[in-house]
Design a binder for this molecule. Sequence first.
Ligand code: ARG
Length: 470
Amino acid sequence: MAAKAWGGVFDEATDRRVEEFTESISFDRRLYKHDITGSIAHAQMLAKVGLISTDECQQIEQGLMEIRAEIEQGSFGFSIELEDIHMHIERALIERIGDTGRKLHTGRSRNDQVSTDLRLWVRESIDRLDDCLVDLQKAFFSRCDRDRDCILPGYTHMQRAQPLLAPHYWLAYCEKFDRDRDRLADARRRTNVLSLGAAALAGTSLPIDRNDVAQRLGFEAVAANSLDVSSDRDFVLEFAFTLTVIAEHLSTWAEEWIIWSTSEFNFIKIPQAFCTGSSIMPQKVNPDVLELIRGKTARVVGNLQTLLVLVKGLPLAYNRDLQEDKPPLFDSFDTVLASLQLASPLVAGTELNRPAIEERLDRGHLDATALMEYLIKRGIPQRTAHGMIGRLVRKAIDKDVRLADLPLSDFQEADAGLDETVYDVLGVQKAVEAMKSYGSTAPAEVDRQIASWKEKLNCSRIRKNSDDLV
Ligand code: ARG
């Protein structure tokens, strides 16, 4: 059995059940790259300030690179006796290079080490997600040309409300995912801070150079208070929250398209490659991917809750509870990443069933609000106009016709001053064309949105130092 790195003060061996209960190697092994990157930067700094020699630093670097290769090849042995990824790598280094390996942990503790590893991992994950969000925005954007003239019924309360140009719909999702990108960028800023050098909680009496490590690791700042940073998991919470908002946005979209894919709606045809069948009903083609994107959102929401409760009431500074941050965080990331990776091809590959949509656009009096605004423009107070159109809609429902089919006499009965121009805003096409306001579904406004998104998506890849580092 391997002696514990912390075993000096202990007389008794650790109970096997305790090892099983306290280990984190089963899930934190995915931080191996980040741990090694952080350790190399730390060793280089130790050499720079003279705490180890250049030769020792080279041996450490070389050893760590070999360990990294071994882990990647799958030949590295993991065991719960060594608790976590930090202990595994350090032990392997000592086995490889001897006493020099025992110097790596100079001026640091696992508390600032795990925080650093996790910050590197979150930063890298933010960048990966950001790329996926851009891909999804591009998928929605790619539909704009294709569906430029298609009019869709817009809903509130899931009841037909007003007509919308299809690109207006697609770009609504681009906006939502853009706010998610913004949230990620914001969270990234607070994540991209060096914790290493905080040591256990109080800092160190050794002459370390934290700015040097920060620079090597691409961190934009050095945490100013060792006690704060060793207990800080805000960056984990923020990332988990942002992941939750992304999942919520995806689930709204998934829900909408599940409904749109029903025979009752029949608005879209999802590629069969993204559907699955039923084991008993031979005719079924089910939108299971969309359902699971919606369903997996529950896990992401639950993970955020887990993390919030985990840190609630934790006294400063490090407590072992914090080890429990990784499984929910990793799960949220994996879930949202997988959902995004499926969402993009699904959005791009789904066809609008235009004949079925157009055939029923006349239902639901989608032009009623345009007609009301026409009356307002003629000086009729909004509340009065609202009542008048309500009664006209009632009449159309009773006659089972569209508003545009009502004779002029019906309109004049509502208001004697009305003339033929009333028909200029009737029908979904005209109702859309009558729109004027900034951000509306007016064709000119939609074109403006398309142009601005085109520009934005052309130059949308931001920053990124994470790829070169880990
Ligand atoms: N596995 C631990 C974690 O994930 C590493 C830090 C352990 N620190 C300690 N003092 N026991 O939080």
